[in-house]
Design a protein around this ligand. Structure first.
Ligand code: URA
Ligand code: SF4
Length: 227
């Protein structure tokens, strides 16, 4: 059989899987400010993380802040109290922000993922933080983008790899990209990102003093960009 007579190649089309069912978008209001978004996020079922967590931990702070600080996800204390950065990492972050000359009350603090992900092991059943999956991060990202578009800050601080990837893209690397002003896409609602290490990484570091000094130096880059 010559080439010309060859039957048409069989194309294997997969059945249309439809949109990813992990997605917060259907829960995000079309209009309304931060309070309306906070109320809507409280009943988000955009991914399975709501099932075991206590509550949604939405962002908090000045609704017209010039600086937004983005973490990974709420921790144990945040999950119980319903507010971002109220646990040990949050205390360290607030101290570092103050020392960098950034007024915490004039900032807006939030996370890439709004529900606490954890595993519960051992006799005491302590809740151990688990890193969110890429799928959960993408599912929850519409809330972060909505927050940024409502606040419209000049500077967004990304704490750690999860926040960096959510704000800059998958190629983001903390060690390489930290401490520099990185322009943001217009539709993402901020002007520049400054990335740094996560305050939990400072708490875990062998050389805590050096890690803290690094966090502070990066936050000073953000502070300078606000001048
Ligand atoms: N770590 C985070 O990334 N966010 C919080 O809100 C608390 C700890
Ligand atoms: Fe919705 Fe985000 Fe919670 Fe998942 S983690 S249920 S997307 S708010």
């Amino acid at each position: 059989m010559s080439c010309a007579d060859a039957p048409p190649a069989v194309t294997h089309t997969l059945p249309d899987a439809g949109p990813d069912p992990y997605d917060a978008s259907p829960y995000v209001p079309q209009r309304g400010g931060l309070p309306a978004h906070r109320r809507a996020a409280a009943v988000c079922r955009g991914c399975p993380l709501f099932e075991h967590a206590t509550q949604t931990v939405f962002g908090k702070g000045d609704p017209s802040a010039r600086i937004v600080v983005v973490g990974e996800q709420p921790g144990d204390q945040e999950d119980r109290q319903g507010e971002p950065f109220v646990g040990p990492a949050g205390r360290l972050l607030r101290k570092a922000l103050r020392e960098a000359g950034i007024d915490v009350d004039a900032a807006y603090l939030t996370n890439v993922v709004k529900h606490f992900k954890f595993s519960q092991e051992g006799p005491g059943k302590r809740r151990i933080h688990k890193a969110p999956s890429l799928r959960e991060m993408s599912a929850c990202r519409p809330w972060l983008i909505a927050e940024l578009n409502l606040v419209r800050p000049d500077v967004v601080v990304a704490l750690g790899a999860t926040a960096g990837k959510a704000l800059v893209g998958g190629s983001f690397r903390v060690t390489r990209d930290r401490g520099a002003l990185i322009p943001m896409a217009d539709e993402d609602g901020g002007r520049h990102v400054v990335a740094t290490i996560h305050p939990s990484a400072v708490l875990r570091a062998n050389d805590r003093e050096a890690a803290y000094a690094g966090l502070l130096a990066d936050l000073k880059v953000a502070a300078k960009a606000l001048e």
